[in-house]
Design a protein around this ligand. Structure first.
Ligand SMILES: *[C@@H]1O[C@H](CO)[C@@H](O)[C@H](O)[C@H]1NC(C)=O
Ligand SMILES: *[C@@H]1O[C@H](CO)[C@@H](O)[C@H](O)[C@H]1NC(C)=O
Ligand SMILES: *[C@@H]1O[C@H](CO)[C@@H](O)[C@H](O)[C@H]1NC(C)=O
Ligand SMILES: *[C@@H]1O[C@H](CO)[C@@H](O)[C@H](O)[C@H]1NC(C)=O
Ligand SMILES: *[C@@H]1O[C@H](CO)[C@@H](O)[C@H](O)[C@H]1NC(C)=O
Ligand SMILES: [Cu+2]
Length: 406
């Protein structure tokens, strides 16, 4: 089914113009703040292929590289503003957190509409057909709510893991100052990837007074007050807890990301490596990018499989995963845009057993028949309208996805 990408690559490169290459081959970081890492370099080197592919596309609608939205990386400069200062994003977040929910879900705030959906439809969202595209759509819908309803004018930034992995607790993302996404939690015992010394309530930065309501539902921290409802959707007000964890983050340094992208030409191999299924053998940080990014801040609800979108850092993490998927696709757009994984559920086995009993989920047999229905979050659309990150959904502004660069 998969055609070898690298056979047709010289052809694609031959089509791209020298001018396009010059425009997309920066010698230093796009944001001028961090040196380019090997993944940034790969991304830059891939842009001529993206240009060539965009030129041949019939269904791009009005979506071009010029009109596509740039999602910023966190921690940028004035030339590429990115998010040096999370202040506006955080006030939009607070506004969403204070708004009443829009739907009949049992969520408590507009923000909790998203958390509640991820908790309720976890079987669908973590099915192999769905994981990439449905999470991408979920992040997009959240970004849209921040913009349309909560007063944000930017786009959801992504967390370029490598920038922070060596010292996350002192990074612009998690150093706890007013421009960060908040800091380390107070020390607490913690039982997953070797702890980073936190795990308790976040006491610094914009989210120090945040009240988390939904969950817990998964099993990560043992001493979180139980939710009054068995589905985790009852009101359970408590602090935001985090374990900002270098050990976890070191599984998402640029060399891991690069190897995930380049060493897995088959979509199932890529999916499995991204999820750490199975963990790498004889490797000190074997758990895959998805786990590494989640447990880089972990805690409650960030480390709860179901309620993890309840920590706003979730959207930075999954934004980066969208970028990784996009760079992987763009190594061979013709063959990879609609390549859908068929592997196992992206869910820990014990949670899968419990959830399968509560919310049985059966996907359509053929990816082209799969409809992604995000219920109270976003309208139902075909899966294969979501896989193209530049001009999906026939290029309409409704789902033309971000060009994920910094
Ligand atoms: C961050 O932005 C807010 C709102 O625009 C502003 O009041 C604050 O001074 C900024 N902080 C820094 C460190 O630039
Ligand atoms: C927060 O920390 C970052 C990274 O060290 C720094 O660039 C920024 O100026 C700090 N902001 C405030 C408000 O202290
Ligand atoms: C990434 O680099 C680290 C540090 O050099 C090393 O321990 C690790 O094995 C490397 N991982 C991969 C997948 O290359
Ligand atoms: C892992 O390391 C052990 C001990 O060094 C070695 O015996 C084994 O062959 C290694 N396994 C692989 C798959 O590299
Ligand atoms: C493309 O742009 C034109 C002119 O602005 C507009 O009329 C048309 O609806 C757009 N098409 C899509 C698919 O967004
Ligand atoms: Cu998820």
């Amino acid at each position: 089914m998969m055609i070898n990408a690298y056979k047709i690559l010289p052809l694609i490169l031959a089509v791209s113009s020298g001018a396009a290459e010059a425009a997309f081959m920066p010698k230093t970081s796009r944001n001028g703040y961090y040196p380019l890492d090997v993944v940034d370099e790969l991304e830059a080197a891939t842009m001529p292929k993206v240009e060539a592919w965009m030129a041949t596309k019939k269904t791009a609608g009005n979506c071009t590289l010029e009109t596509a939205v740039d999602r910023p990386t966190s921690g940028a400069t004035s030339r590429f503003p990115g998010v040096r200062n999370t202040s506006k994003l955080c006030s939009a977040f607070r506004s969403c957190h204070q708004r009443r929910q829009r739907t009949s879900s049992r969520a408590l705030s507009r923000y909790d509409d998203f958390v509640g959906f991820h908790m309720t439809e976890a079987m669908m969202l973590h099915d192999p057909y769905h994981l990439f595209a449905s999470h991408k759509y979920f992040i997009w819908a959240y970004e849209k709510a921040l913009r349309d309803e909560c007063g944000y004018t930017g786009y959801q930034p992504y967390m370029n893991y490598d920038r922070y992995a060596q010292d996350p607790v002192n990074s612009p993302m998690f150093n706890g100052n007013a421009s960060s996404m908040g800091g380390q939690g107070l020390p607490k015992p913690y039982d997953w990837i070797r702890p980073g010394g936190g795990g308790g309530c976040v006491t610094e930065g914009p989210f120090k007074d945040m009240v988390v309501s939904l969950g817990p539902k998964g099993h990560v921290l043992t001493d979180v007050p139980k939710n009054p409802q068995s589905d985790g959707l009852g009101s359970n007000p408590r602090c935001l807890r985090r374990d900002v964890n270098r050990n976890s983050a070191l599984g998402a340094t640029a060399n891991y990301t690069l190897s995930t992208i380049l060493d897995n030409k088959d979509v199932d191999a890529f999916y499995n490596r991204y999820l750490g299924m199975p963990p790498l053998i004889n490797d000190t940080h074997p758990w895959g990018l998805h786990n590494a990014g989640h447990y880089m801040f972990g805690g409650d609800p960030g480390g709860d499989f179901f309620a993890s979108p309840g920590d706003p850092s979730f959207y930075f993490h999954h934004g980066m995963l969208d970028r990784v998927w996009w760079i992987w696709q763009m190594q061979d757009p013709e063959n990879r845009i609609n390549a859908i994984p068929t592997g196992g559920m992206a869910m820990p086995p014990h949670q899968l057993r419990e959830e399968a009993a509560l919310h049985p989920f059966k996907r359509a047999e053929d990816p082209k028949d799969v409809i992604v229905d995000l219920g109270w979050i976003a309208p139902a659309i075909p899966l294969l309208e979501l896989t193209d990150q530049l001009g999906g959904n026939r290029g309409s502004s409704a789902t033309s996805m971000s060009k994920l660069v910094d």
